[in-house]
Design a protein around this ligand. Structure first.
Ligand SMILES: *[C@@H]1O[C@H](CO)[C@@H](O)[C@H](O)[C@H]1NC(C)=O
Ligand SMILES: *[C@@H]1O[C@H](CO)[C@@H](O)[C@H](O)[C@H]1NC(C)=O
Length: 444
């Protein structure tokens, strides 16, 4: 993503702490995945999902008093360390409070707005777990990652995202003494935007919001029914890292931080094919119906320890393999994949800063793909209304300038107040997650 901001959470007074609350038992919804070694040779793994800590109710450990309700409780939270010691994050009622359900085995439905006893919840973010207190780590090199999506009820301005972040396997519990909750409660989030709206980072409350939490990110899928992009975002750090000041890469420091916030995006519409992805039979991928997304991580020597050179993309719909769109931009060769050469040519043609190359490009990203955590989310964008994905961005740029148009959505459609009012019942369904050897997870 270009910008990621936490979808607004309007649970009265909800926020996290890092002790464990016991008001609601934490029970992770099941979402089994498959691991394939060859076509039709797949094994099921009993993976589950866990809700991110930021969405959870946080309260004084022995009681019901909120630790945060728009502002931090100064008695419980005079400083970050004391706050983490005094406050607990509680278990989640996934369906009732957050609209997170499993409609069938291997499928996960994320509801956009969910009315609940505390008001409403907007958006959610979950991680795939291998066991009760460990995230499932993925090594993506020389592998392909495949899943099905239904975006038919995901309009302009929303983002149903499937991506990998280089989080700690245990959510940071063993590295940070202040974090008692760990992966079981969805702690330890980080991404390439180095978000500063995370309430607890490195086992301490982020009371002044001056810290961010950075790590490499591979966006497999950021999409709604009108637009989609896939984007590697390397960082100069190879583990979840707390940032402060310039290192966070905020505002004027955007191209001086630990992470490549822009990334190197492949958005078919932006890259010149406006008939590839969207609603209707005239589109190569018709988003009114479910389809499969395949992403391949190709190494220079065809081994799991090689250097990442290409990220390929295929789609499958109605049993038919659909190759990715091919770039049609003046001054850019014909690419159907992401590579260092694609990134260089695209950024030159669009006049964008190639911070991706500065941080080592595909080779750096490849190293960081060896131990990734899978993230599944639905969100709206309080910063720039998702215009970077599906509309006109930068908002004040001339639409005829190459690279400015990213999709056919109205720039106003993604204003959170508009999309929350017009389409609260939106949702996305992810299913049939597979990891496998190249060409093993989809029909050839
Ligand atoms: C803040 O927490 C203290 C306990 O640490 C509690 O007595 C007080 O009522 C809380 N204040 C608010 C505004 O909730
Ligand atoms: C995967 O399939 C493609 C054809 O779609 C082929 O060109 C490629 O060599 C195959 N790769 C492997 C590792 O089997």
């Amino acid at each position: 993503m270009y910008y990621r901001t936490l979808a607004t959470l309007s649970l009265a007074g909800a926020v996290l702490g890092q002790q464990i609350g016991t008001n609601t038992a934490e029970k992770h919804p099941s979402m089994p995945m498959e691991v394939c070694t060859a076509a039709a040779s797949c094994k099921t793994e009993n993976t589950q999902v866990v809700l991110d800590a930021n969405w959870r109710w946080t309260h004084i450990t022995s009681g019901y008093t909120n630790c945060y309700s728009g502002t931090w409780n100064e008695t419980a939270c005079p400083d970050g360390k004391t706050c983490a010691a005094n406050c607990a994050i509680d278990g989640a009622d996934y369906a009732k409070t957050y609209g997170i359900t499993t409609p069938s085995s291997g499928a996960l439905k994320l509801q956009f707005v969910t009315k609940n006893d505390n008001g409403q919840n907007v958006g959610s973010r979950v991680y795939l777990t291998a066991s009760d207190d460990k995230y499932r780590l993925f090594n993506l090199l020389n592998k392909e990652f495949t899943f099905d999506v239904d975006v038919s009820k995901l309009p302009c301005g929303l983002n149903g995202a499937v991506y990998f972040s280089e989080m700690d396997e245990d959510g940071g519990k063993s590295r940070f003494a202040g974090n008692k909750a760990g992966a079981k409660y969805g702690t330890g989030y980080c991404d390439s935007q180095c978000p500063t709206d995370i309430k607890f980072i490195n086992g301490e409350a982020n009371i002044e919001g001056k810290y961010g939490t950075c790590c490499a990110e591979m966006d497999i899928w950021e999409a709604n029914l009108d637009a989609t992009a896939y984007t590697p975002h390397p960082c100069s750090v190879s583990t979840q890292t707390r940032c402060e000041g310039v290192d966070c890469g905020n505002d004027a420091d955007r191209y001086a931080g630990m992470c490549d916030k822009d990334g190197c995006d492949f958005n078919s519409f932006r890259m010149g094919n406006q008939k590839f992805y969207g609603t209707g039979a005239e589109m190569a991928v018709d988003t009114s119906k479910p389809f499969t997304i395949v992403t391949q991580f190709i190494t220079d020597d065809g081994t799991d320890t090689g250097i990442l050179t290409k990220i390929n993309r295929f789609y499958v719909q109605n049993g038919k393999k659909i190759p990715n769109s091919v770039t049609a931009i003046e001054g850019v060769d014909e690419f159907d994949h992401i590579s260092d050469d694609f990134c260089k040519q695209q950024k030159e043609a669009f006049g964008d800063n190639n911070y991706f190359a500065k941080l080592g490009g595909m080779a750096t990203m490849g190293k960081q793909l060896e131990k990734m955590v899978l993230v599944l989310s639905i969100w709206d964008d309080t910063a720039v209304s998702m215009n970077w994905l599906d509309s006109h961005f930068p908002t004040d740029a001339d639409a005829s300038k190459p690279g400015v148009l990213r999709g056919r959505c109205d720039p106003e459609a993604g204003l959170p107040k508009n999309v929350e009012a017009a389409h609260p019942d939106s949702y996305v369904i992810y299913s049939k997650i597979k990891l496998g050897a190249i060409n093993s997870t989809f029909p050839q």
